[in-house]
Design a protein around this ligand. Structure first.
Ligand SMILES: [Zn+2]
Length: 86
């Protein structure tokens, strides 16, 4: 038996999150040869994970989720800028 749809979708949820690391991380070319983005650990980039997630939940929810993670990452960056080395 394969993974359930939720389990498969969750791989792309965590895949998107993984591409927005709060700490220094190694990035390289996206695993998808047709994509020119960089991806954490040379896996799939966040955009490719979003497209895969959309196959399960539709473009709107997948886009919303990615945007929220991106926003979270920007806010964490602002918090770090505020507090680092002070
Ligand atoms: Zn990609």
């Amino acid at each position: 038996m394969g993974l359930s749809k939720l389990e498969q979708a969750y791989r792309h949820i965590t895949g998107i999150q993984r591409n927005y690391s709060d700490w220094p991380s190694t990035f390289g070319p996206c695993y998808n040869d047709e994509c020119t983005n960089s991806a954490r650990g040379c896996g799939l980039c966040a955009n490719c994970h979003e497209k895969k997630l959309a196959e399960f939940v539709g473009d709107e929810l997948a886009g919303k989720f990615h945007a929220a993670i991106k926003q979270r990452s920007l806010i964490v960056g602002q918090i770090r800028d505020l507090l680092e080395d002070r």
